[in-house]
Design a protein around this ligand. Sequence first.
Ligand SMILES: [Ca+2]
Ligand SMILES: [Ca+2]
Length: 221
Amino acid sequence: MNFVSIFQKLLRVIYNNMPLYNLNSDQKKFDLNFHESSIEINRLTLIFNKLCDNNKLTREYFRDFLSTIFDLNDEIIIERLFILIGQGEKTFSLKKFLSTINLLLYSSYDEQIKFIFRIYDVSADGNLQREELFTFLRKDLSIINDKEDADMILNEFITLIFKKFDKDQDGLISFDDYNRTCQENPTLIQCFGQVLPNIFRKHIVKSMLNGNLSKKEKYFK
Ligand SMILES: [Ca+2]
Ligand SMILES: [Ca+2]
């Protein structure tokens, strides 16, 4: 199934001024508690219904959706995202889908940095260890054929990362270390792998959901 064509189809439905139905009780909870407006929730629900089978969205379709629409393609990160949001389940409900989109599009800086840190903290002990960074960064050195060379380069690189991030030099990157380093240099916020979409992509998707896409910005057409 081609997700670009599915999304184009959905957009046609959305832009043909299809009357939006009233929010049901589940959707209303999102309207009250989340950043999206009723219109956005309605449109996201339409998208969810198109993507899913028996009211459940499979990991495969969700992965393709995140790649096509949000340009999120790091397989290790997406697996972590599914573990944290999907809690290990193979399919996602509408509630989980809306929560994920909400997080990707509307989270505050504090919510973002906390979530990114949780994604990187595989052992969930509140610290980043060398092994965790190794897991996330190893794929970036896949062009080096010799495994020993690649591992040595990566180990040296991780030592440099620790010099930068480990403020109290206890051999661990705590959330406080990470937060302080990112406050000093905001470009480092997702330096171990892209968790959230870039600003441009966020703007396009938000505009699309709001129905405010200008001719210039019809990126997905
Ligand atoms: Ca950890
Ligand atoms: Ca530390």
